[in-house]
Ligand binder design. Structure first.
Ligand SMILES: *[C@@H]1O[C@H](CO)[C@@H](O)[C@H](O)[C@H]1NC(C)=O
Ligand SMILES: *[C@@H]1O[C@H](CO)[C@@H](O)[C@H](O)[C@H]1NC(C)=O
Ligand SMILES: *[C@@H]1O[C@H](CO)[C@@H](O)[C@H](O)[C@H]1NC(C)=O
Ligand SMILES: *[C@@H]1O[C@H](CO)[C@@H](O)[C@H](O)[C@H]1NC(C)=O
Length: 438
């Protein structure tokens, strides 16, 4: 009798332990197979923006999309009201999932972003490179589900983990935004939290547009009008891990949450561009290599690579009788658009190829390589910018180069899939059918 009650107590204790330690991420409304958010481009900052619903009562929260960002962070200092806000207590399962071992108090009256006995993280404004410390917390978050063709019912995660930023951290972000949506490789970035909340594959795809593109969390299909499944026929290359964090502030030993790929060579109009190949590798200090970014509006190249690529592009353009004209900032290399033919894939300018370690090629055609700076076809500038001699990452494939290409990130298989320019398949990233069936 005595023994069985000891066991009973032990059993109850274990149950309690489990209910305390299991991260409560799976309290959801229903189980969608995928989720969808629209992504617009802000004309003045060239940032890619999205909106999600958070808090109780629910409010729409406008955010800058940060592909390599560590997590969702929002300003909790101004206007954060919610009856379902829960700070993450020190040493809780939430703190360990988020990789936070810090513990702090707040010497003011309690409110969202300011509570005692909470763990914290470092929200990072990756546009300006400014970071601060902030409380880890949970709140309700809602987002549309999708069958891959159109949006469906609203799906809700009742305990979505995010970090509280401060009002000053919003400086440099597009007007009306109050934080950043991090889609990086951590356990609490949006892709991993959604996939664990709804038990779908750790996969997502981005399809950026100069108007309204889309991010789909979960498995394919990713269907664009007129009925083109952009997930078909992707080329794949391994995702590489940069062992050193690329955040503005980080602790030692933390790997980068950004998406790195192995570019091995660059080819322009079928000629290989000679570059210092050691710059294409990620070294033990985390320097070098190639990453994909939505916070850089244009591809950024380390100085010597920039010089080699621009020279090769100028030579190849000359061979096509394309004339150079004065540069238009922020670009350094511009051409007269007069007499440049137009093709289904954009202006008939030299083709840039990023050749990956596994032999697959990411083609950059006119629509992604040159920018029509006056919007009348008169001047076409090579949409690459110089990142300087001390660039931390040698090649940063930026937003303009990603537009109208579907790029899938498969976290479980650690590979990146890319479609190449969708114009070739008679569709664009602005063609997701946002007319809801729900
Ligand atoms: C705070 O929220 C109110 C109501 O939604 C809104 O009218 C106001 O502009 C917001 N203030 C700031 C500083 O965002
Ligand atoms: C945290 O605890 C200190 C000391 O007990 C107290 O002065 C302060 O008001 C508390 N802060 C919050 C946000 O509860
Ligand atoms: C190539 O780049 C590496 C890394 O920055 C540098 O140490 C090396 O000196 C460079 N080699 C040449 C030939 O410029
Ligand atoms: C978009 O989806 C809606 C809802 O399923 C459908 O009624 C509509 O025909 C679709 N639009 C196009 C252009 O196919």
């Amino acid at each position: 009798m005595a023994n069985s009650s000891i066991y009973q107590n032990l059993f109850i204790t274990l149950l309690l332990l489990f209910s305390i330690t299991a991260p409560s991420l799976a309290q959801t409304s229903f189980r969608p197979k995928a989720l969808v958010i629209p992504v617009t481009k802000d004309a003045s900052t060239l940032q890619y923006l999205t909106q999600i619903n958070q808090r109780t009562p629910q409010v729409p929260v406008k955010l800058v999309v940060d592909l390599g960002g560590n997590f969702l962070w929002v300003d909790c200092e101004t206007n954060y009201t919610s009856s379902t806000y829960r700070p993450a207590r020190c040493k809780s399962a939430q703190c360990s999932l988020a990789g936070s071992s810090s513990c702090g108090d707040c010497f003011s009256s309690p409110k969202p972003g300011c509570n005692n006995n909470t763990c914290g993280l470092i929200p990072d404004n990756t546009i300006t490179g400014t970071a601060t410390s902030g409380e880890l917390a949970q709140d309700t978050l809602s987002i549309q589900s999708t069958n891959g063709l159109t949006p469906g019912r609203i799906a809700t995660v009742s305990n979505f983990l995010f970090t509280c930023g401060s009002t000053f951290l919003l400086k440099g972000l597009a007007k009306g935004t109050t934080g950043m949506a991090g889609l990086g490789r951590t356990k609490i970035a949006l892709p991993s939290q959604f996939s664990s909340a709804f038990s779908f594959h750790r996969k997502f795809a981005i399809c950026l547009s100069s108007s309204t593109g889309v991010v789909i969390f979960g498995d394919e299909p990713y269907v664009l009008l007129p009925n083109v499944d952009a997930s078909k026929g992707l080329s794949f290359t391994p995702l590489l891990t940069n062992p050193v964090s690329t955040s503005s502030a980080f602790s030692q030993g933390e790997p980068s949450a950004e998406y790195f790929i192995g570019v091995k060579s660059i080819v322009i109009d079928e000629k290989t561009v000679t570059v210092n190949s050691s710059l294409l590798d990620i070294n033990s200090n985390g320097l070098g290599g190639t990453k994909v970014s939505t916070v850089d509006p244009y591809t950024v190249l380390e100085d010597s690579i920039f010089k080699a690529i621009t020279k090769a592009f100028i030579d190849a353009a000359a061979a096509r009788n394309i004339k150079r004209v004065a540069a238009v900032k922020p670009f350094e290399v511009c051409f007269s658009g007069k007499g440049v033919g137009s093709t289904r894939l954009g202006a008939a300018v030299p083709t840039v190829e990023f050749v990956m370690q596994n032999g697959v090629t990411w083609y950059v055609f006119g629509a992604n390589s040159v920018v029509d700076v006056h919007n009348d076809g008169s001047v076409l500038c090579l949409g690459f910018v110089n990142g300087g001699k001390n660039a931390r990452t040698s090649i940063v494939i930026g937003g303009y180069q990603l537009e109208n290409n579907l790029v899938q990130f498969d976290l479980a298989s650690s590979r990146l899939g890319f479609s190449s320019l969708l114009y070739g398949r008679q569709t664009t990233c602005a063609n997701f059918n946002f007319t809801s069936t729900a």
